[in-house]
Every structure is written in structure tokens, then in C-alpha cells.
Design a protein around this ligand. Structure first.
Ligand SMILES: [Zn+2]
Ligand SMILES: [Zn+2]
Ligand SMILES: [Zn+2]
Ligand SMILES: [Zn+2]
Length: 301
């Protein structure tokens, strides 16, 4: 034990960011519902696509809102790592929901590209103006906050502002040209944007689930840090992985000279833990081996 880190000093900012997450959640969910109704009313697949995007945002904000408390839960006899990876699971579910939603929208949208159907462009225009006003206001409000979660939410709102801007411009063009294919074209652009984000997220999620080394923390870099600890002759059986993309873990065997004293061994262990902590690995488990002892636990490696 003894790995606990106190968060008592950040109580205020945590409460603030939780409140903003709550606002952003209801904003996105409200917009998703309004967009589904508005999309059906105006017959616009571009607005339906945006509804999928907003629903995905609401879902991911809801998950992080819920997990902000849940992931702080202490370890149990079953979940010895605690609940950190539950957020990875939430991100995976979110990606699958967005993937399925986008595929359904594509199935509706692609035929319309070749056989355009009329849309209610003035309805689209009014929805876009309202969307721009509310999303723009919320983005401006959150721009003042500087916590990571606030910035992420702000970027999402900014995407939505751009989405509404595209719908506004598209509906004006349709009004003057009657080029109804612009609506499915916008829808496909929004869908590709959603799927690009989904692919990026899935890549990060699978890296975590397949126990790849953390970003910017390849094995050789960690090995170099450990080898630089005074008294360490060699490093082997090194494993580096990440719980949730933020909390990183490593285990290693360190070889020391045969005549290393008890005090020196303790110093080597503490030094190794401190250096890795500085590099962003919060939890290191080391095994100390004497030079002529040989490696008992991993003869295969
Ligand atoms: Zn311990
Ligand atoms: Zn977004
Ligand atoms: Zn091993
Ligand atoms: Zn060993």
C-alpha cells in the first residue's frame, strides 16, 4: 500500500468542471432530440447526422460524468486495479453506438445522393440559426474554463457550431438552386467526420485493451531510465502498460552487484520508483536480483 495520492486540494475546480459537464450533457442530449424531430420534420438527413453526433457527445459526456465518481472507487478483492478501466469500457460502448448510428444514417443517405428528395430548407435554416445561437453561446461560456474536460467539451461544442454553419449555408444554397443533393452530401461529410473520430478512439481503446505500451512511453525509453539508476547493472523482464491511457504501470527485474548492501538495494528501489514517476509511470513493481543469482522467475524470456 502507500500509493494513495490525495486530491483534497482540488475540491473546488472538480465541482466546477462537474457542473459544466452536467450542463454540456443536457445541452447535447436536448439538441440530439430536437435534431431528430427537426430532421424528420424538414426531411433533412444532414440534421439527422448531426443528431447522431450530438447523441454520441451526450453519451460520452454522460459516461465521463458518471465515471468521474465511479473510477475513484477503491480497489476491491475482485478488481485489484480499481475501476480505472471502466472508462475505457465506456469509450468502447460509445464508439460502437456511434458506429452503428453512422451506418444507419449512411444507409438512408447514400441512395438520396443519387435520387435527391426535396427538403424543407426554410425549416433547416431556422433550426441552424437556433443551433448556432445556443451552441455558440455555450462554447463561448466554456472557453473561459481551462480544465482538460472543459476544453474537450468546448471543442465538441465548436464542432457543433461548424456543423450548424454547414447546414445553414447548405439550406441557403438549396433555397436558391434547388440542388437537393447538397443535403445528403452534408450528411455524408458529417458521417465521415464522426467515423474518423470513432476510428481514432477505437485505435486508442484497442491499444489499451491489448496492453500496448502507453503513448510516448516505449519499452526502450523506460529501460534506459531504469538503467541510469546508479547501482543497476542490467534490466530485464520489463513490462509497461496502461490502465486507462492515463495511469501507467510497469514491472521490471533489476540486477545489482553481489556486494550491494541492504541500504543500497532500498535506495535503488526508491530511485527507480521516483524516476519512473517523473516520467509518468505511477506504479512500478521491481524485483531485485544479485548478479550471480540468475533469473529464477523467468527462465524462458
Ligand atoms: Zn506498495
Ligand atoms: Zn462532437
Ligand atoms: Zn515477465
Ligand atoms: Zn529476472
Amino acid at each position: 500500500m502507500g500509493h494513495d495520492h490525495s486530491h483534497a486540494g482540488h475540491q473546488h475546480s472538480h465541482g466546477e468542471s462537474t457542473k459544466n459537464l452536467g450542463i454540456a450533457f443536457f445541452l447535447n442530449l436536448g439538441f440530439a432530440i430536437i435534431e431528430i424531430i427537426g430532421g424528420l420534420w424538414t426531411n433533412s438527413v444532414a440534421i439527422i447526422s448531426d443528431a447522431v453526433h450530438d447523441f454520441g457527445d451526450a453519451f460520452s459526456i454522460g459516461v465521463s460524468f458518471f465515471l468521474e465518481r465511479y473510477s475513484k472507487k477503491k480497489r476491491t478483492v475482485t478488481f485489484t486495479y480499481g475501476y480505472k478501466r471502466f472508462s475505457t469500457l465506456g469509450a468502447l460502448i460509445n464508439s460502437i453506438v456511434l458506429l452503428v448510428g453512422s451506418i444507419f444514417v449512411f444507409m438512408e443517405t447514400i441512395p438520396r445522393l443519387f435520387h435527391p428528395v426535396p427538403v424543407n430548407y426554410s425549416g433547416m435554416m431556422w433550426l441552424a440559426v437556433a443551433g448556432l445561437a445556443v451552441n455558440g453561446f455555450a462554447a463561448l461560456r466554456l472557453m473561459k474554463g481551462n480544465s482538460i474536460s472543459q476544453r474537450a467539451v468546448m471543442l465538441h461544442l465548436l464542432e457543433d457550431v461548424l456543423g450548424w454553419l454547414a447546414v445553414l449555408i447548405g439550406s441557403v444554397i438549396i433555397r436558391y438552386t434547388e440542388w437537393y443533393f447538397i443535403d445528403p452530401l452534408l450528411s455524408i461529410c458529417i458521417g465521415i467526420f464522426i467515423l474518423t473520430n470513432v476510428c481514432r478512439n477505437l485505435y486508442a481503446i484497442f491499444r489499451i485493451l491489448l496492453q500496448a505500451t502507453p503513448d510516448h512511453m516505449p519499452e526502450d525509453k523506460v529501460k534506459t531510465i531504469l538503467q541510469e539508476v546508479p547501482g543497476v547493472k542490467e534490466v530485464h523482464d520489463l513490462h509497461v502498460w496502461t490502465l486507462d491511457g492515463e495511469k501507467n504501470i510497469a514491472s521490471a527485474h533489476l540486477i545489482v552487484a553481489d556486494d550491494t548492501s541492504r541500504e543500497e538495494v532500498i535506495r535503488v528501489k526508491h530511485d527507480a520508483v521516483d524516476r519512473l514517476k517523473e516520467a509518468g509511470i505511477d506504479h512500478l513493481t521491481v524485483e531485485i536480483e544479485y548478479e550471480t543469482e540468475g533469473c529464477y522467475s523467468c527462465p524462458v524470456e
